[in-house]
Design a protein around this ligand. Structure first.
Ligand SMILES: [Zn+2]
Length: 191
Protein backbone atom coordinates (compact mmCIF):
# COMPACT_ATOMS: atom_id res chain seq x y z
CA UNK A 1 0.00 0.00 0.00
CA UNK A 2 1.06 3.59 -0.42
CA UNK A 3 2.73 5.51 2.42
CA UNK A 4 -0.39 7.68 2.73
CA UNK A 5 -2.62 4.65 3.25
CA UNK A 6 -0.19 3.21 5.80
CA UNK A 7 -0.08 6.58 7.57
CA UNK A 8 -3.88 6.80 7.77
CA UNK A 9 -4.15 3.21 9.04
CA UNK A 10 -1.65 4.07 11.78
CA UNK A 11 -3.59 7.21 12.65
CA UNK A 12 -6.83 5.22 12.95
CA UNK A 13 -5.12 2.66 15.21
CA UNK A 14 -3.71 5.50 17.33
CA UNK A 15 -7.24 6.80 17.83
CA UNK A 16 -8.66 3.54 19.16
CA UNK A 17 -7.45 4.54 22.63
CA UNK A 18 -8.75 7.73 24.21
CA UNK A 19 -6.15 8.34 26.89
CA UNK A 20 -2.99 8.67 24.79
CA UNK A 21 -0.79 11.74 24.51
CA UNK A 22 -0.11 13.48 21.22
CA UNK A 23 3.39 11.98 21.16
CA UNK A 24 2.04 8.48 21.69
CA UNK A 25 -0.46 8.95 18.87
CA UNK A 26 2.44 10.07 16.68
CA UNK A 27 4.53 7.04 17.63
CA UNK A 28 1.68 4.64 16.83
CA UNK A 29 0.96 6.39 13.53
CA UNK A 30 4.59 6.39 12.37
CA UNK A 31 4.93 2.72 13.36
CA UNK A 32 2.64 2.02 10.42
CA UNK A 33 4.93 3.89 7.99
CA UNK A 34 8.39 3.08 9.33
CA UNK A 35 8.81 -0.35 7.63
CA UNK A 36 9.07 1.49 4.32
CA UNK A 37 12.26 3.24 5.44
CA UNK A 38 13.94 0.26 3.81
CA UNK A 39 12.74 1.76 0.52
CA UNK A 40 14.98 4.82 0.88
CA UNK A 41 17.68 2.88 -0.95
CA UNK A 42 15.82 3.93 -4.10
CA UNK A 43 17.66 7.26 -3.89
CA UNK A 44 21.09 5.62 -4.01
CA UNK A 45 19.90 3.19 -6.67
CA UNK A 46 18.52 5.92 -8.96
CA UNK A 47 21.58 8.11 -8.51
CA UNK A 48 24.01 5.34 -9.39
CA UNK A 49 22.02 3.48 -12.03
CA UNK A 50 24.23 4.71 -14.88
CA UNK A 51 27.50 4.51 -13.00
CA UNK A 52 30.18 1.86 -13.34
CA UNK A 53 29.20 0.26 -10.04
CA UNK A 54 25.46 0.81 -9.58
CA UNK A 55 24.04 0.26 -6.10
CA UNK A 56 20.99 -1.99 -5.89
CA UNK A 57 19.90 -1.11 -2.36
CA UNK A 58 16.25 -0.67 -3.32
CA UNK A 59 15.97 -3.89 -5.31
CA UNK A 60 17.88 -5.79 -2.62
CA UNK A 61 16.46 -4.36 0.59
CA UNK A 62 12.98 -2.90 0.00
CA UNK A 63 10.40 -5.11 1.74
CA UNK A 64 13.27 -6.94 3.42
CA UNK A 65 15.10 -4.83 6.05
CA UNK A 66 12.06 -3.17 7.62
CA UNK A 67 9.34 -5.70 6.89
CA UNK A 68 10.08 -8.34 9.48
CA UNK A 69 9.67 -9.49 13.06
CA UNK A 70 13.11 -8.31 14.19
CA UNK A 71 12.40 -4.72 13.14
CA UNK A 72 8.90 -4.97 14.65
CA UNK A 73 10.45 -5.95 18.00
CA UNK A 74 12.95 -3.09 17.80
CA UNK A 75 10.29 -0.47 17.03
CA UNK A 76 7.93 -1.85 19.69
CA UNK A 77 10.70 -1.92 22.32
CA UNK A 78 11.67 1.69 21.58
CA UNK A 79 8.03 2.75 21.87
CA UNK A 80 7.72 0.89 25.17
CA UNK A 81 10.73 2.70 26.61
CA UNK A 82 9.54 6.21 25.77
CA UNK A 83 5.77 5.92 26.19
CA UNK A 84 3.90 7.17 29.23
CA UNK A 85 0.95 4.85 28.74
CA UNK A 86 3.24 1.89 28.22
CA UNK A 87 0.89 -1.06 27.80
CA UNK A 88 -1.56 0.64 25.45
CA UNK A 89 1.12 2.32 23.34
CA UNK A 90 3.23 -0.83 23.05
CA UNK A 91 0.30 -2.97 21.94
CA UNK A 92 -0.96 -0.39 19.45
CA UNK A 93 2.54 0.20 18.00
CA UNK A 94 2.85 -3.55 17.45
CA UNK A 95 -0.62 -3.69 15.83
CA UNK A 96 0.09 -0.63 13.69
CA UNK A 97 3.40 -2.06 12.44
CA UNK A 98 1.84 -5.41 11.59
CA UNK A 99 -1.06 -3.78 9.74
CA UNK A 100 1.61 -2.33 7.45
CA UNK A 101 2.88 -5.81 6.68
CA UNK A 102 -0.67 -7.07 6.20
CA UNK A 103 -1.47 -4.14 3.90
CA UNK A 104 1.58 -4.92 1.77
CA UNK A 105 0.72 -8.59 1.72
CA UNK A 106 -2.82 -8.05 0.42
CA UNK A 107 -2.44 -4.96 -1.78
CA UNK A 108 1.01 -3.96 -2.98
CA UNK A 109 1.64 -5.88 -6.19
CA UNK A 110 4.02 -3.94 -8.41
CA UNK A 111 3.28 -2.89 -12.01
CA UNK A 112 5.53 -5.71 -13.23
CA UNK A 113 3.53 -8.23 -11.18
CA UNK A 114 6.19 -8.51 -8.49
CA UNK A 115 4.63 -9.71 -5.24
CA UNK A 116 7.39 -8.45 -2.92
CA UNK A 117 7.48 -11.54 -0.68
CA UNK A 118 7.82 -10.62 3.01
CA UNK A 119 10.57 -12.49 4.90
CA UNK A 120 8.64 -12.17 8.16
CA UNK A 121 10.96 -14.09 10.47
CA UNK A 122 14.15 -12.17 9.63
CA UNK A 123 16.71 -11.86 11.14
CA UNK A 124 15.93 -15.18 12.81
CA UNK A 125 15.11 -17.09 9.64
CA UNK A 126 14.94 -16.34 5.93
CA UNK A 127 11.79 -18.43 5.64
CA UNK A 128 8.86 -18.17 5.21
CA UNK A 129 8.66 -15.60 2.41
CA UNK A 130 5.06 -14.52 2.81
CA UNK A 131 2.90 -13.89 -0.24
CA UNK A 132 -0.83 -14.09 -0.94
CA UNK A 133 -2.11 -15.30 -4.29
CA UNK A 134 -5.06 -12.88 -4.19
CA UNK A 135 -2.81 -9.84 -3.78
CA UNK A 136 -4.06 -6.81 -5.69
CA UNK A 137 -1.99 -4.09 -7.31
CA UNK A 138 -0.74 -1.00 -5.50
CA UNK A 139 -3.05 1.24 -7.53
CA UNK A 140 -6.08 -1.12 -7.59
CA UNK A 141 -9.56 0.01 -6.53
CA UNK A 142 -9.58 -1.67 -3.09
CA UNK A 143 -6.65 0.52 -2.04
CA UNK A 144 -8.51 3.60 -3.27
CA UNK A 145 -11.66 2.60 -1.36
CA UNK A 146 -9.64 1.84 1.79
CA UNK A 147 -7.81 5.17 1.57
CA UNK A 148 -11.04 7.12 0.99
CA UNK A 149 -12.68 5.39 3.97
CA UNK A 150 -9.66 6.21 6.16
CA UNK A 151 -9.77 9.87 5.10
CA UNK A 152 -13.49 9.96 6.00
CA UNK A 153 -12.73 8.38 9.36
CA UNK A 154 -9.93 10.89 10.06
CA UNK A 155 -12.27 13.79 9.23
CA UNK A 156 -15.00 12.44 11.49
CA UNK A 157 -12.51 11.87 14.31
CA UNK A 158 -11.12 15.38 13.86
CA UNK A 159 -14.61 16.82 14.05
CA UNK A 160 -15.55 14.85 17.14
CA UNK A 161 -12.26 14.83 19.07
CA UNK A 162 -10.69 18.12 18.03
CA UNK A 163 -7.45 16.91 16.45
CA UNK A 164 -6.43 15.53 13.07
CA UNK A 165 -3.33 13.89 11.56
CA UNK A 166 -2.05 17.44 10.98
CA UNK A 167 -1.12 17.58 14.67
CA UNK A 168 1.87 15.40 13.79
CA UNK A 169 3.25 18.23 11.68
CA UNK A 170 1.95 21.47 13.16
CA UNK A 171 -0.28 22.18 16.15
CA UNK A 172 -1.31 25.47 14.59
CA UNK A 173 -2.28 23.98 11.25
CA UNK A 174 -4.23 21.31 13.09
CA UNK A 175 -6.17 23.85 15.14
CA UNK A 176 -7.02 25.90 12.04
CA UNK A 177 -8.13 22.78 10.19
CA UNK A 178 -10.38 21.50 12.98
CA UNK A 179 -11.93 24.92 13.44
CA UNK A 180 -12.63 25.21 9.71
CA UNK A 181 -14.16 21.75 9.70
CA UNK A 182 -16.42 22.52 12.64
CA UNK A 183 -17.59 25.84 11.30
CA UNK A 184 -18.24 24.34 7.87
CA UNK A 185 -20.47 21.67 9.44
CA UNK A 186 -22.14 23.16 12.52
CA UNK A 187 -23.20 20.55 15.10
CA UNK A 188 -26.92 20.95 14.31
CA UNK A 189 -26.58 19.67 10.78
CA UNK A 190 -25.03 16.41 11.92
CA UNK A 191 -27.83 15.39 14.28
ZN1 LIG B 1 5.83 -1.64 3.03
Amino acid sequence: MSPITHFLIGWTVANTALSLTKRERATITWASVVPDLDGLGIIAEKLTQNSARPLTWWSDYHHVLGHNLGFALLVTALAAIFAKHKATTTILVCVSFHLHLLGDLIGARGPDGDQWPIPYLLPFSNLPQLTWSGQWALNAWPNIVITATLIGTALLLAYRRGFSPLELFSAKADAIFVQALRSRFPARSLT
